[in-house]
Ligand binder design. Structure first.
Ligand SMILES: *[C@@H]1O[C@H](CO)[C@@H](O)[C@H](O)[C@H]1NC(C)=O
Length: 520
């Protein structure tokens, strides 16, 4: 006889090596029995890099257990079969960039079949930058000393992966009391629970003794998550030893350095404005060559694909500069690549590439190369939303020739007080001295004695990233990494100087249907 007695599901996370793009198992969730709507508790702890495209793959596997035959009354022979339930691909940036850092995706992988939905939630472990200030008091402490009072102190332990405990804090001794109030103390969250909010924190209560043989009064366990509820009935801990006593949390204050992700998860959109197609000079022989075309397209794709994860609608205005436009041959330094000035938005980075290729066919590339108009164009958008709800990233891909250096510097100084950053990728063999000056990493850029309020420009020369072995995937990933590395800090410098606080994350989500649910 053969019948199905039980089934279980598990979610397996795969990540990709940066160079070879090979999928490797990163980890798996716990196995959940007998439901097709598992809500996994298991978490994956990943390092997040804004400037990298971190591809993820989630595979769902179903296990069936078949009872093959009865061996005797108690024992049966079981056969396990595996089935593939579906999979989902995304990037870590996509999850983080979604509202509330919560991404919902349809599962695919089985042609012609609806496989369900995955919900992935990301949460930043604040282990490096978060500290908590806590204060405890005790009541009804056991009389331990001859004189009828105690000298109590608390010892905090963090639990380790292997189940052992490491001491992480000792309070002072409060002498001669039955109702001690210990001083508030500050402890890094990393020391308290290794940044894991659900990890057990063990607290032991002792009675101090002059000779060092402190008497153990009792102990209790809690976690960061429980403690973060602050003073309440849930944070009164009964310590059961020979008598009953209470340790009460009086206050719990988180001291946190705000990061880029705090703003992103509050629902902020980063709007990249792409600018492509420097016209090079009319004399440039390389421009229309397949190689050069590739260079522009490759740089745009490498950087654009990372940034687009943070844009909610993925519509990018794309502008060209330095060309004669049809029908009258007017020279323009800010024209819509898609030929529609009222609506220069392109759908996704693919749409921008398409518009770029089309525009090469219709416009006549023409010098001089002015940067200032296009910077001012984006600055006008940025100036209209200064409340921190949007941040603009202008991507300029250029051969490095610049005809309006003085105005460009002034435009950058002007823009340095706006929510925007400028990324410049230099292509071709030219000298990029002017671009390095605009970058301002060494000397803060200034114009007529006025200095930029903050550094908003990042420049990289494309040729430094050409891989002689032809591994474009790796070289473009490196390019994007270097070009985007400064964006989170530039973004934060704007928010901090303006005193803009992150919006609170949207309330926790309760699924309407019953989709497959996992957590990072
Ligand atoms: C910079 O801002 C000033 C004051 O708003 C403006 O007059 C000037 O034209 C701007 N410079 C450029 C190059 O756009």
């Amino acid at each position: 006889m053969l019948y199905m007695s039980l089934f279980s599901t598990v979610c397996v996370l795969y990540t990709q090596g940066m160079g070879n793009k090979e999928w490797r198992e990163f980890g798996r969730t716990e196995v959940i029995d007998n439901t097709l709507n598992p809500d996994f508790v298991g978490k994956f702890i990943l390092d997040y890099f804004f400037e990298e495209r971190q591809n993820l793959r989630f595979d769902f596997i179903l296990y069936f257990f078949f009872c093959v035959s009865y061996l005797n009354d108690k024992n049966v022979l079981l056969l396990t079969l595996q089935d593939f339930l579906g999979q989902a691909y995304c990037t870590l940036g996509e999850v983080v960039g979604s509202l509330g850092s919560r991404l919902e995706k349809a599962l695919g992988g089985i042609p012609g079949k609806k496989c369900g939905t995955i919900i992935v939630k990301a949460e930043e472990l604040n282990n490096c930058r978060e500290s908590v200030m806590m204060q405890f008091c005790g009541n009804k402490l056991d009389k331990k000393d001859f004189f009828g009072k105690s000298d109590p102190f608390l010892v905090f332990y963090r639990s380790n992966e292997d189940g052992t405990f490491t001491i992480c804090h000792k309070t002072e001794v409060v002498k001669n009391t039955l109702n001690p109030v210990w001083q508030a103390f500050k402890i890094p969250v990393r020391a308290l629970c290794n940044g894991d909010y659900d990890r057990t924190i063990k607290v032991e209560v002792y009675d101090w003794d002059r000779d060092g043989s402190h008497d153990f009064i009792g102990e209790f366990s809690t976690s960061y998550r429980e403690l973060s509820g602050g003073q309440s009935q849930f944070n009164v801990y009964e310590v059961r030893s020979c008598v009953l006593l209470d340790v009460t949390l009086l206050s719990f204050l988180v001291d946190i350095e705000v990061t880029f992700l705090d703003y992103i998860k509050g629902g902020l959109c980063v709007f990249p404005l792409s600018q492509t197609g420097n016209p090079a000079q009319p004399t440039s022989l390389h421009y229309m060559s397949p190689y050069q075309l590739n260079t522009y397209a490759m740089a745009l794709k490498a950087v654009g694909e990372i940034i687009q994860d943070y844009d909610s609608d993925k519509m990018f205005p794309a502008l060209g500069f330095g060309a004669k436009l049809p029908p009258d041959g007017r020279v323009s330094h800010e024209f819509a690549l898609n030929g529609s000035p009222q609506n220069p938005y392109c759908a996704g980075i693919d749409g921008v590439m398409e518009a770029y290729y089309q525009s090469l066919k219709s416009v006549q590339l023409y010098g001089p190369t002015n940067f200032s108009p296009v910077i001012n164009h984006v600055a006008r958008y940025a100036a209209s939303v200064k409340d921190g709800s949007q941040y603009f990233v202008l991507l300029i891909i250029t051969d490095g020739v610049i005809s309006d250096m003085a105005q460009t510097k002034e435009s950058i100084v002007n823009a340095s007080c706006l929510p925007m950053s400028i990324i410049i990728v230099g292509v071709g063999p030219a000298e990029f001295d002017a671009m390095i000056e605009l970058d301002g990493d060494e000397v803060r850029i200034s114009s007529r004695g006025r200095y930029a309020e903050r550094d908003i420009v990042q420049f990289v020369p494309f040729r430094d990233y050409i891989d002689r072995t032809g591994n474009h995937i790796l070289s473009m990933a490196r390019l994007a990494k270097d070009v985007l590395a400064e964006i989170p800090d530039q973004f934060l410098s704007y928010m901090r100087t303006r005193g803009i606080k992150p919006l609170p994350a949207p309330p926790p989500y309760t699924p309407p249907g019953q989709p497959i649910h996992t957590q990072i």
